[in-house]
Write a protein that binds this ligand. Structure first.
Ligand code: C2O
Ligand code: CU
Length: 458
C-alpha cells in the first residue's frame, strides 16, 4: 500500500464541505439561478471563496427525482456572461441539451430558459454550464442529479460525493486568468485544492454498515484516482448506467465528468477508521476520514445484486455498422503541423494564436458542417485514436456508447471515456436520439482549445 499523508494538496486544508439540502423534484418548476456567491470552500482559517454557483452554493441544489418523472428547471442568469445548462449523461430531447450555438441560444444576463426533461434512466448524473465551460464550471456552475430507481437497493445510507479540484490563491480565491496557454496545451487547468464534498456527512460509521456512494468528478481537467480503506465494496454503476457485472472496488479512476456508484460495507472494527484517499504519483492523500464506532449488524450482508438495467439499447453486434474515425491530435509534445479552423487551414502557430491547440480529425473547434450525418437507428462506431501526449475524457452527448471488445462483446454503457495517450479504442452506439449532438473532450480546457465536434442524427 502507498504512503498516506494526512493533508490535502493545499497546505493546511482538510476539506469537508456539506452541500446544500437537496431539492426534491415535483411537478412544479425548479429554479436554478446562476449567480456569484461566496462559500466556505476551504477551512475556517481561510476566507470564503467567491464562486459562481446555482442558487448560491457549490455544488448547486441536488436534484432528486424518480425514474420516469418529468421535471422542469428554469435557468435564470444573474452572471456577467451568457450561460446555459447541460444535463450530463441524461438522454434528453435535443432542444433541451443546453449547447449554445447548436441546440439553443446562450441565455444572456437577466434572461431565462426553461428546460423540460423526461427522466428515462435512473442513476447518478450531473448538470453544468455549457457556455465558456472551462471557466464557468471551474467557478462552480454545476450540481448533481440523482434519479432514483423504483427498486433502489437496500442500503443504510445513500451519499453523493463530489470530487473537485480548484486552483486557489493564498486567500482561497479562484486564480485567474482562465485560458492559460500552458494549461490548455498540457493536462489542462489543474488545481491545488482537491476535495470531496458529501451531501450528508456521516459523523461516524459502524461496522457492517452498507452505504451507497455516488462519486461525481466535476473537475474541469483533473483525473481523480481514489480508493477507500476500511471497507469492501463493488462498483455497481458507471456514468449512471448499471453494470451487468459488479466490479470489485479497488482504485477507482474517474476522468472529468465520469461518475461511479459504489456499494460498500464497512469492514473496519470499532475504533478503526474509513479513509477516502486521493492517489497521486504513488502518494496517497487522505481527503476524508471517518471514525468507526459500534456495529450496524453482527454480520455482513450478502453481496448486492446488480441494479435493474436502464431502458437503453444494448449492442449485440457491430456487423454492418458505420465507422467514424476520431483522431485526436495536437497539444504540447504532439506532432500536429496544421489544422482546419473556421473553414481555414492554419499552421500550428496560427492555430495557437487563435487559442486552438487540439484537433479532432484535423479540425479545431466546432465545424460548420457536422462531422457526419446518420439516419435514425443506425449503429455508429467511433474509432478513437489518441495521437497526443495527454489523456482525453471523450464525452458523447445524447446517449451512451459501449466499447467494442473482441468476439462481439461490449463494455458497459458510458457517456465519458478516458482515452490514454497512444490508445486506439472503438465505441459504438445506436443513433436513436434525433438532433445535433456534440462529442468532445471533457477536459474542459482542451474542449475550449479545440477538441470538439458534432454530428446529426435523423
Ligand atoms: Cu458534461 Cu458537453 O458536457
Ligand atoms: Cu482532452
Amino acid at each position: 500500500m502507498r504512503n498516506i499523508h494526512r493533508r490535502t494538496l493545499l497546505k493546511g486544508a482538510v476539506a469537508t464541505v456539506i452541500m446544500p439540502a437537496f431539492t426534491r423534484a415535483s411537478t412544479s418548476e425548479i429554479l436554478l439561478r446562476a449567480k456569484p456567491a461566496s462559500v466556505q470552500l476551504v477551512d475556517a482559517d481561510h476566507p470564503q471563496t467567491q464562486i459562481w454557483g446555482y442558487n448560491g452554493g457549490v455544488p448547486g441544489p441536488q436534484i432528486r427525482a424518480v425514474q420516469g418523472d418529468q421535471i422542469a428547471l428554469r435557468l435564470s442568469n444573474d452572471l456577467v456572461q451568457p450561460t446555459s445548462v447541460h444535463w450530463h449523461g441524461l438522454r434528453v430531447k435535443n432542444s433541451m441539451d443546453g449547447v449554445p450555438g447548436i441546440t439553443q441560444k446562450a441565455v444572456l444576463t437577466g434572461e431565462e430558459f426553461l428546460y423540460q426533461l423526461n427522466l428515462r434512466d435512473a442513476g447518478t448524473f450531473w448538470y453544468h454550464s455549457h457556455n465558456r465551460s472551462a471557466e464557468q464550471v471551474a467557478r462552480g456552475l454545476y450540481g448533481v442529479m440523482v434519479i432514483v430507481e423504483p427498486d433502489a437497493p437496500d442500503v443504510d445510507r445513500d451519499i453523493v460525493v463530489v470530487l473537485d479540484d480548484w486552483r486557489l490563491d493564498e486567500v482561497a480565491q479562484i486564480s485567474e486568468p482562465f485560458g492559460n496557454l500552458h494549461d490548455h496545451s498540457h493536462a489542462g487547468r489543474l488545481g491545488n485544492f482537491i476535495h470531496a464534498m458529501f451531501d450528508s456527512l456521516p459523523a461516524q460509521m459502524a461496522t457492517n454498515e452498507r452505504l451507497r456512494l455516488r462519486f461525481v468528478n466535476t473537475a474541469t481537467d483533473r483525473i481523480m484516482p481514489i480508493s477507500l480503506r476500511g471497507v469492501s465494496g463493488w462498483v455497481v454503476a458507471r456514468d449512471g448506467m448499471p453494470l451487468k457485472k459488479l466490479e470489485p472496488l479497488g482504485i477507482l479512476t474517474l476522468g472529468p465528468a465520469e461518475r461511479a456508484d459504489v456499494i460498500i460495507d464497512v469492514t473496519a472494527e470499532h475504533d478503526g477508521e474509513v479513509l477516502l484517499i486521493f492517489h497521486d504519483r504513488n502518494q496517497g492523500y487522505v481527503l476524508n476520514d471517518f471514525r468507526v464506532s459500534g456495529a450496524a449488524a453482527t454480520v455482513r450482508r450478502p453481496k448486492p445484486t446488480p441494479l435493474s438495467p436502464n431502458p437503453i439499447e444494448t449492442l449485440v453486434s457491430v456487423a454492418g455498422a458505420r465507422t467514424i474515425p476520431l483522431r485526436m491530435q495536437g497539444g504540447a509534445m504532439g506532432d500536429l503541423q496544421e489544422g482546419l479552423y473556421k473553414g481555414k487551414m492554419l499552421s500550428m502557430r496560427d492555430l495557437v494564436g487563435q487559442g486552438q491547440i487540439w484537433t479532432l480529425n484535423g479540425e479545431a473547434g466546432l465545424p460548420v458542417e457536422p462531422l457526419f450525418e446518420t439516419p435514425l437507428h443506425a449503429t455508429i462506431v467511433f474509432e478513437m485514436r489518441n495521437d497526443t501526449a495527454f489523456a482525453h475524457a471523450m464525452h458523447l452527448h445524447g446517449t451512451h456508447f459501449q466499447e467494442v471488445l473482441p468476439n462481439d462483446t461490449f463494455g458497459p454503457h458510458k457517456d465519458t471515456v478516458l482515452i490514454q495517450p497512444g490508445e486506439a479504442r472503438d465505441f459504438a452506439f445506436v443513433a436513436d436520439n434525433p438532433g445535433k449532438w456534440l462529442i468532445h473532450c471533457h477536459m474542459l480546457s482542451h474542449q475550449s482549445a479545440g477538441m470538439k465536434t458534432w454530428f446529426r442524427v435523423g
